[in-house]
Write a protein that binds this ligand. Sequence first.
Ligand code: EPZ
Length: 420
Amino acid sequence: MARYEVIGGKPLNGAVTISGAKNAVVAILPAAILVNGVCRIENVPDISDVRILLSILEGIGAKITREDGTVEIDSTDIHSTCPEPELVKKMRASYYLMGALLGRFGKAHVALPGGCNFASRPIDQHIKGFAALGADVEETEEYVALQPGANGLQGNRISLDVVSVGATVNIMIAAVLLPGQTIIENAAKEPHIVDLANFLNTMGAQISGAGTDTVKIRGVEALQGGTYAIIPDQIEAGTYLAAVAAAGGNVLVKNVIPKHMECITSKLAEMGAEIINYDDAIRIRCDGKLHHTTVKTRPYPGFPTDMQAQICVCMTLASGVSRLTESVYETRFFGYCSELESMGADIQINGKTAIVTGADRLYGSTVTAKDLRAGAALIIAGLAAEGTTYVKNIHYVERGYERLIEKFTGLGAQIRRIED
Ligand code: EPZ
């Protein structure tokens, strides 16, 4: 196992370029198999989730070529609707293969996914969608098997009981090639939902309403190949902004869509950071002196749950008492709050809300990442802390942050990877 060594106390200065969005690319790569031809996808981040997904696609017969940030996927000769279970279990978004294989081939046999286990993460809304599209669903402890029901597969109206990114994505992908129209109500509105719809429409799909709570998919006979570039990752960008807020400094965060960041940047400004928006970049200046605020996480366009841990670190150093309420995954606090307390943070968790009393400083410690964003938060804490912090279990972090060491050292951070 490897760990990061972080020597804190230095402000961050310079510029950092944001990579393609993890949560967009893990939806678009499976969706590419709907095309009976070649898709060229640009701005693909080199992260372990992508590497695993590409291995899964190769395993069922797709031909993959990769040059720097561009991936070509030829799905002409896909020969299996049962992706390798051991690979599928390594990440959560592999469950998008359920919708993609059902949509392209009318059947799928996919092991239940793995991924970050900071909360119970059911897939009942995905199953509800597949059944509404006419699939017979067999769900066991190990896998989900889908095949056409007695009346075959066709478009339908589906009203989600929960605003679910994953279910919205999976149903969109499954519906694209089905006859008739599919309407997803109470759909998720995240930027990566819009990015998926734009990708599919570039390949010939007919999807409207992505980014609103009602997405309409009019089935088409086939998709043709094409080229598409992934949007920038607003959570990666938010992570670097939070790092500057916590450690202090002056950084230009490049290759972002400021509109996607509004909830994050407005909160950091409320806490005392200076934020300047450009067309495709954001500058943040902070002297490391923050004041308290209140945050409630919400589905997009609210404050993202994937930034909960990172903003919490800023709160642990902000003067006064901050309140952080989680509305998507109630147990997400337990992935990192005790680790922050070992660094001197004062956090009281009361159900869905954490009461965070600002401390003068954090102190370096040896801490363990329990999920992707918790790991990122512990790195931010180490950068802001006095002394040296060792972050263990960094494989979680490397699932979703491309070239993290290079990007942070480029900002003057003293961080390095150590093989245990
Ligand atoms: C996606 O997870 C993201 N992952 C998560 O990001 C993110 O935290 C989450 O959306 C919320 O924005 C990817 O996109 C790969 P949901 P997902 O379905 O799709 C409940 C990261 O750090 N629910 O929107 O699994 C669920 O329990 C990761 O990048 C059901 O009840 O999230 C949760 O309370 C972590 N039944 C809420 O809905 C279902 O069938 C939102 O979950 C599905 C979800």
